[in-house]
Design a protein around this ligand. Structure first.
Ligand code: FAD
Ligand code: NAD
Length: 467
């Protein structure tokens, strides 16, 4: 039986990054993945394929609607080849997952394909079809991720009533896609199919879309997406979903308790994700799972069993790839005897719609709830030369800073490429910058990032230059 310093169960962005860091720190490392390909949800059915389809559909929409205003004329029809678009997405995924296999090899990490299950706190049995083998691990990191959640009354048939996984692999463009949940997945994938020609109706339980982000972002995004043609039904609680032939019916009640029905040919259920520990046999090792199905961990991501840790979507906190990866690095370093730390307040959140939405730190609602006195500096994208040049004038940058000390407490953006621009705010907040610090930094012209400087000037003492 092979013995390892660390075994990692699950090869998503939590698990594979943890494996690389363990190997870098000189530990003999094994990674166990139940599927034949590495990379987990993020690389196979999450971040990467969804961004590939967002990019492809954006090109299609530009060709259909925006080339003309740039003086580009196309003779003949523009045709969508969905099969090719999906094949391109698959090839992006393929290249990316092969990259992870290369990294495992380069770092001399042993890869086991099969379902990993605890026999006890130091032994893991790996089952692949009829083949079974057991390895010994001084330390184990559980990185088994998450699966789509659903509502108790919904039967996902994965044909017409689908999750994000099927929505990334469609054979036809829906005529009418009814999306349950106006969160990240619903909006990103809803926008993909709207661009490709679907009628899209988003049914959201809360009184705003992307409800965990700053409410100014929710308002701006719903305004822009409505202008694009997507229909929104907020404060609507879905109570039933049924299918007859090719027709799906979604029933909801609005805020006045009135019943509303939506008929479409596909229904995307995007109401969140749930931690995944099926088949792990955590009980054999004595690892505690919470009532909500998460692996219970302390501040050091250690379970109640001292040599077993857990990271990523299977533990508390935001279900984000970069959060899982940071936790992977942290646990590897803890096992190596170091004292790393993650500031969860500074994990950015991004929605890859167009315009993009990006946030870091506290929202205005959170500061109000905590009775923190703050200043607001906001700058609209339409006042930037860069935005006018590209034609992306929707959105804003909003900076919240402490009223007394001017320390930046939260930065919230909607606009072109803000998924990239948010990194400046994360860096500034990591170094505990004041709004004035950002305001005094030179920002290249013309860039979308200039909106950060202008919002910082506005927060400092209301002296934005270009508005
Ligand atoms: P996962 O990536 O879920 O990996 C867990 C792995 O463990 C899987 O490969 C699974 O097969 C394996 N496994 C489970 N149990 C066992 C077992 N017993 N034995 C062996 N293997 C096992 N996040 C972002 O930050 N940015 C985005 O743009 C983004 N887009 C997304 C788009 C979609 C459509 C979806 C669904 C998610 C998206 N996410 C995004 C979320 C992101 O994918 C997750 O937060 C991330 O993948 C979590 O990483 P993880 O390593 O914890 O788990
Ligand atoms: P989500 O939590 O972002 O959104 C779910 C939405 O469904 C919420 O707005 C919620 O109010 C709504 N909802 C819940 N019950 C409902 C009901 N009965 N009727 C109508 N609406 C209802 O979840 P998601 O969009 O499914 O995404 C899952 C996870 O994947 C998220 O945690 C997210 O972090 C991650 N993800 C991230 C990205 C990204 O970083 N860009 C992209 C996709 C997914």
């Amino acid at each position: 039986m092979s013995t390892y310093d660390v075994a990692i169960i699950g090869s998503g962005p939590g698990g594979y990054v943890a494996a690389i860091r363990c190997a870098q720190l000189g530990m003999k490392t094994a990674i166990i993945e139940k599927y034949d390909v590495l990379g987990g949800t993020c690389l196979n059915v999450g971040c990467i394929p969804s961004k590939a389809l967002l990019d492809s559909s954006h090109h299609y929409e530009d060709a259909m609607k925006h080339f003309e205003e740039h003086g580009i004329e196309i003779s003949g029809d523009i045709k969508l080849n969905l099969k090719k678009m999906i094949e391109r997405k698959a090839s992006v995924v393929d290249q990316t997952t092969k990259g992870i296999a290369f990294l495992m090899d380069k770092n001399k990490i042993d890869v086991f394909t099969g379902m990993g299950a605890f026999k006890d706190a130091t032994h893991i049995e790996i089952t692949n079809g009829k083949k079974k083998e057991t390895i010994e691990a001084k330390n184990t990191i559980i990185a088994t991720g998450s699966k789509p959640a659903t509502l108790p009354f919904i039967k996902l048939d994965k044909d017409r009533i689908i999750t994000s996984t099927e929505a990334l692999n469609m054979k036809e463009v829906p005529k009418h896609l009814v999306v349950i949940g106006g969160g990240v997945i619903g909006l990103e994938l809803g926008q993909v199919y709207h661009r490709l020609g679907s009628e899209v109706s988003v049914v959201e339980y809360m009184d705003r879309i992307i409800p965990t982000m700053d409410s100014a972002q929710s308002k701006e995004l719903i305004k822009v997406m409505k202008k694009q043609g997507i229909k929104f039904f907020i404060s609507h609680k879905v109570s039933a979903v049924s299918k007859k032939g090719k027709e799906v019916t979604v029933t909801a009640t609005d805020k006045n308790d009135k019943e509303v029905t939506f008929k479409g040919d596909y229904c995307l259920v995007s109401v969140g994700r749930k931690p995944y520990t099926d088949g792990l046999k955590a009980e054999n090792a004595g690892v505690k799972i919470t009532e909500r199905g998460m692996v219970d961990v302390n501040d050091h991501l250690q379970t109640n069993i001292k040599n077993i840790y857990a990271i990523g979507d299977v533990v508390r906190g935001a279900m984000l790839a970069h959060k899982a990866s940071e936790e992977g690095v942290m646990v590897a370093e803890i096992i190596a005897g170091q004292k790393p730390h993650i500031d969860y307040n500074l994990i950015p959140g991004v929605v890859y719609t167009w315009p993009e939405v990006a946030s870091v730190g506290k929202t205005e609602e959170q500061l109000k709830d905590a009775n923190v006195e703050y200043k607001v500096g906001q700058f609209p994208m339409r006042a930037l030369g860069r935005s006018r040049a590209s034609g992306d004038t929707d959105g804003f940058v909003k900076i919240l800073s402490d009223k007394k000390t001017d320390e930046v407490l939260g930065v919230h953006m909607v606009g072109a490429r803000v998924a990239d621009v948010i990194a400046e705010a994360v860096t500034a907040m990591e170094f505990r910058a004041s709004a004035e610090d950002i305001a005094r930094m030179s920002h290249a012209h013309p860039t979308y990032a200039e909106a950060v400087k202008e919002a910082a000037l506005a927060a400092t003492d209301g002296r934005a230059l270009h508005i």
